[in-house]
Design a protein around this ligand. Sequence first.
Ligand code: NAP
Length: 499
Amino acid sequence: MDPTTFILFGATGDLAKRKIYPALYNLFIDQKLPQSFALIGLGRREMNDESFKASVEQSIHNFSRREANNAALIRDFLRAFRYSVLDISRKEDYKKLLHLIEQREEELHVSPNRLFYLSVGPEFFETIAANIQESGLGSENGWKRLVIEKPFGRDLQSARDLNRKLAQAFAEHEIFRIDHYLGKPMVQKLEILQQNPVLNALWTNHYIANVQITANETVGVEDRAGYYDHVGAVRDMFQNHMLQLLMMLTSHLPKNSNFEMVRFKKKKVMEALEPLQKEEVSASVIRGQYKAGIVQGKPVIGYTSEPGIAPTSMNDTFIAARLQIDDYFWRGVPFYIRTGKRMNEKSTRIVIEFKERLDASQGTTDGKAPNLLVFEISPNEGITLQLNTRDPQHKGGYKSIQLDFHESQEDIPEAYENLIYDALHGNPTFFAHRDEVELSWKWVQPILGAFEENLVPLHLYEAGYYGSSETDALLAKDGYHWWFDAKPEQQIEPLLSMP
Ligand code: NAP
């Protein structure tokens, strides 16, 4: 790995503490950091190097997946860390930063390879990129990279504008847009598994009846009211994470695909996704908002009673949609995607339901479970293949057998470890390309418009369930149901009727 200076904007923030420092520490333990590695943390808060190191150490104690109990190892790790005060809007601070970086590179006798990680609010992305460019922070004698956090825009136009502005300072191959779902180990395995000839042969509308992608959270809005109430599930989860899962699953990669092929194929999926018209959104999209209920045995308040949320808020905390990919492989296969807060359980999973070709030929399909392939993405990671087989005990009867593979949770790297490692290597496979981001926003745009104009009813669902009964109806229309929902009946109160 090339010697690298890691310049972290937002070094005093929540994400840095909870994800970035623990990820770097675990990479250090696994000897996956460059031999020569320096980190410069930036923020407005006054701090010297020692107190910065102490706060990094504290965050490792609090959040590292591996216990941080080896003092010598931690000391070694922290040796790379320095802190400098920088106000994003002050140009002179970038000059000071350049001086500090050059000084560090000289001390370490390394070439100027600089990775700029923007762990700050999205309103700062453009300004930082422009100031890096202007101040000469990106040296010509080494490489420069920009790692950028979500959210990337709030609609198609803002995402395009941001891409255009970033492109004035960084080439596309230098920009690494984080979607942390792409860092999850099972999502990364999807890329490899798809290239397996057995799965590849089954990966078509000949064999697959429908696909269900679910990302449930048990938490509510927490302390993010100010942000979330203007964003909702559609922007916070659907446009980015859920559509990325769809792309990763369906891109139909040939054997030995490289990152260019992965990106090319993902883009093709987005281009083949049947567009929605604003007026028709309500036929295939369900909008929901949680009301009070019980989540895992604990009573919780409704969304509009949460601190910082207006009692009249129409924000979506849940979205479900039926999508179709109009290409050779997927034509006719419905994809059902849903994500929401205050659900019954925390889980992200993909279920592939196969057609029952064997059974159908025998004319005995009634009442049997279909063959299923399940990818558990988080919090547990695993793959289950459920196969129907004749039951030798009961003549003419069938039973299911399950083939399970589950990874030991301890050994699984965090998404941020994978992503930071890849960014340090300059491997963009699991980052969102400019085209993917814009195509996702383009597909979502009619939904945003329909929500804004209240063309889609907002259904209240009781916290602790899996959304509203309309979500079930979305599948029932096609003769399917959601798999793995153990839910009792629930009351749905439409808050707003169709005009
Ligand atoms: P945060 O806790 O509010 O931290 C913001 C950071 O930005 C602080 O270090 C702050 O440092 C710095 N900052 C703010 N204004 C600045 C200025 N004018 N000049 C210099 N530094 C400034 O935010 P966060 O939760 O870490 O989120 C950071 C980014 O990650 C956001 O884009 C967010 O959407 C994204 N993200 C966060 C999470 C998460 O779990 N937290 C998850 C996914 C994505 P000072 O206060 O010292 O100036």
